[in-house]
Design a protein around this ligand. Structure first.
Ligand code: NAD
Length: 515
C-alpha cells in the first residue's frame, strides 16, 4: 500500500512512501535483535561520535529539513527551527556527552554484615530491540528524543513515524544510515495504526508510544499480552494559572504562544487558562488585541504565525469542542471562524470566555488554536480547577512572587510545573517530560529518559566462595535464637539493647558453628 504525504496547507501531495506489510514486522524485529549485540559491543564513545556526525548533517542541511517539516506538518517554518531542529541538536549534544556517565555501573553498598563478603554492582543493560511509535505533531524532535538515547544505550530501534508525516520519518532514517548507523540497528516501518499494533505485538523488548490517550490505552492492552514494557507519552489539557500580581503583558504573550504555537497541536499546549478576577478584564482585553495581530496561513511563509490544521479529523474535533462550549454558555472574544476548502483546514487563534466547566473544551484534549479563559477568585479555587482534569502533563503559574509561584507549582498535579513560562519543559534536554494521570507513564529527556531505555541488572560476586552461609539449611532452635538476637543487634533502636544482644550473639554463633 502507498501512503501519500499531503501538505496540510495546500492539499498538495508532496511525496509517497510504501507502507510496511504488518506481517513483516516479526522478521524485521528478529533481524534487529541479531544486529543489536554487535552495536552494543561498540564503545559508547563511538556510538556518540556517529550521532554527532548525524547532528552535523542536520546543521548543514537545516534549510531542506525545516522546509520539509513545515510542508509536511503545516507548522510555521520558524517553529521548524525553534521546536524541532534546535531542540533535537541540543538532545544529541546532551546525550552524546552525558550518556556514558549516566549509564556507568552503580556500586552496591552492602548493609547486612553477614553479606559483607560480597561485591555487587548494578549495570544498565539495553533492552534489546526498542519499538518507537510517534505522532505527527513534532515529527523530528519527538522521535529523535527517544531514538538518540535508545541507540546510545546500545539498543536496536524499530521506528514507526506517523502516517501523516512519513517523509520526515524517512529522511530521519536516511540521515542516520548515511552516518553509518547500521540499517538493521536502526529500522523504519511505515504505516498507520495496523502497523503500529503489529509492532507492539512483534516481539520487541520495549515500546515507546507517543500519541493520544485513547490509542495509548489500546497499545497498553496489546503490550500486556506478552507483558512487553511500555512507556506512554499521551495527551493532556494543560492549565495556566495567572495570579493577581502577574505581569499582564508577559502573561498574555505567554498564554498566546502556549496556546497557539504549532497551531495549538502540542501535547503541552495551554488548553485552559485560569485568571484572577482582579486582572481578568485587563488580561482578556490585552489578549484580544494581541491575538488580532497574529497571521494565519501557509507555514512555509516566514511571516505566518499560525499554520494549517493537520487533517479533517482534527479540524472536526476542534470545531465540535468550540460549538459545544458556545452552545453551553461561551462567548468568542477573538477568532472563532473555521475555514475548510480543497482539503485544507485553517482556524484563526480563538479566545473564549464564560466557558462552562462541563464543556468538552474544558475537559477533553482539543489540540487546536483555541484558548478558553476562566475567572477565579481564590488561589485554592484556581488550583482545584487546574487539577480537576483526568490529564496532567504540564502546568504553569504566573506571578511576580517566585517563591509563592513555587508553592503553587508544587500543588499542581502535572509531570512538569513552570513558574512564569510555558512549554519550555520540552526544550530543555536535561529536564524531564512525562505525565501523571491519563497523560502517560513514561519519561523522556534527562537521565530519566535515558534510563527508560535500559533495565537495571544486578551483578554479585561472592569473594569467599567456600564459605557456607549461616542462613542456609538446616534450620534448628540454635539458628533461630541466633537470628532473633541478630535482629536486635542490627536493628534495635535502643543502644542498651544492641550492646546486650552483642554479648548474646557470640556464644550463639559459636554454637551454630560447632554443629
Ligand atoms: P495517535 O494516537 O492517533 O497516533 C500516534 C501513533 O500511533 C501514530 O504513529 C499512529 O499510526 C499509531 N497508532 C494508531 N493506532 C495504533 C494502534 N492501535 N496501535 C499502535 N499504534 C497505533 O496520535 P496523533 O494524532 O498522531 O498525535 C497527537 C497526540 O499525541 C495528542 O494527543 C498529543 O497530546 C499526543 N502527544 C503527546 C506527547 C507527550 O509527550 N505526552 C507528545 C506529542 C504528542
Amino acid at each position: 500500500m502507498i501512503i501519500d504525504s499531503v501538505n496540510p496547507a495546500t492539499g498538495e501531495i508532496i511525496g509517497k512512501v510504501e507502507s510496511t506489510p504488518p506481517d513483516q514486522l516479526p522478521k524485521i524485529v528478529d533481524d534487529a535483535r541479531k544486529a543489536q549485540p554487535e552495536w552494543f559491543d561498540i564503545p559508547i564513545s563511538k556510538r556518540a561520535r556517529l550521532l554527532r556526525d548525524f547532528a552535523n548533517i542536520l546543521v548543514v542541511r537545516k534549510k531542506i529539513i525545516a522546509d520539509l517539516i513545515s510542508r509536511e506538518n503545516g507548522k510555521p517554518v520558524v517553529e521548524a527551527y525553534t521546536t524541532e531542529i534546535i531542540p533535537t541538536l541540543d538532545i544529541i549534544k546532551y546525550y552524546s556527552r552525558k550518556s556514558a556517565g549516566m549509564l556507568r555501573n552503580r556500586r552496591v553498598s552492602i548493609g547486612i554484615p553477614l553479606m559483607k563478603t560480597k561485591k555487587a554492582f548494578v549495570r544498565y543493560e539495553p533492552y534489546g530491540v526498542v519499538g518507537i511509535i510517534s505522532p505527527w505533531n513534532y515529527p523530528l524532535q519527538l522521535p529523535l528524543g527517544q531514538i538518540i538515547p535508545a541507540l546510545l544505550a546500545g539498543n536496536a530501534v524499530v521506528f514507526k513515524p506517523s502516517e501523516f508525516t512519513p517523509l520526515v520519518g524517512d529522511m530521519t532514517a536516511q540521515l542516520l544510515w548515511e552516518v553509518g548507523i547500521p540499517r538493521k540497528v536502526f529500522n523504519i516501518v511505515q504505516g498507520g495504526g495496523e502497523v503500529g499494533a503489529a509492532l507492539v505485538l512483534s516481539g520487541v523488548d520495549k515500546i515507546f508510544f507517543t500519541g493520544t490517550t485513547s490509542t495509548g490505552k489500546k497499545v497498553s492492552e496489546l503490550a500486556a499480552k506478552d507483558l512487553t514494557p511500555v512507556s506512554l507519552e499521551l495527551g493532556s489539557k494543560d492549565a495556566m494559572v495567572v495570579l493577581d500580581d502577574a505581569d499582564i503583558d508577559a502573561a498574555t504573550s505567554g498564554a498566546m504562544w502556549g496556546a497557539f504555537m504549532n497551531t495549538g497541536q502540542t501535547c503541552v499546549s495551554v488548553e485552559r487558562c485560569f485568571v484572577h478576577e482582579k486582572i481578568f478584564d485587563a488580561f482578556t482585553n490585552t489578549l484580544q488585541k494581541k491575538v488580532k495581530d497574529l497571521r494565519v496561513g501557509e507555514g512555509s511563509d516566514p511571516e505566518v504565525d499560525i499554520g494549517a490544521i493537520i487533517h479533517k479529523a482534527q479540524f472536526d474535533i476542534i470545531k465540535h469542542h468550540v460549538n459545544d462550549a458556545v452552545q453551553q454558555s461561551a462567548r468568542i472574544a477573538a477568532g472563532g471562524s473555521f475555514s475548510e476548502k480543497g482539503g485544507t483546514y485553517f482556524i484563526p487563534p480563538t479566545v473564549l470566555v464564560d466557558v462552562s466547566m462541563d464543556s468538552l473544551l474544558m475537559n477533553e484534549e482539543t489540540f487546536g488554536p483555541i484558548l478558553p479563559v476562566v475567572k477565579f477568585r481564590t488561589e485554592d479555587e484556581a488550583i482545584k480547577l487546574a487539577n480537576n482534569s483526568r490529564f496532567g502533563l504540564s502546568a504553569s503559574v504566573w506571578t511576580a512572587d517566585k517563591k509563592h509561584g513555587m508553592e503553587i507549582a508544587r500543588r499542581l498535579q502535572a509531570g512538569a510545573a513552570i513558574v512564569n513560562d510555558v512549554i519550555t519543559c520540552y526544550g530543555i534536554s536535561d529536564g524531564v517530560v512525562g505525565g501523571v494521570k491519563e497523560s502517560g507513564t513514561g519519561r523522556v529527556h534527562g537521565k530519566e529518559g535515558l534510563h527508560e531505555m535500559v533495565y537495571a541488572k544486578y551483578y554479585e560476586i561472592e569473594r569467599a566462595p567456600r564459605m557456607k552461609k549461616l542462613w542456609w539449611y538446616r534450620y534448628d532452635k540454635n539458628l533461630l535464637a541466633f537470628f532473633e538476637t541478630a535482629t536486635d543487634f542490627l536493628f534495635s533502636k535502643s543502644l542498651f539493647d544492641k550492646i546486650k544482644s552483642l554479648f548474646k550473639l557470640a556464644p550463639k554463633f559459636l554454637r551454630i558453628k560447632k554443629q
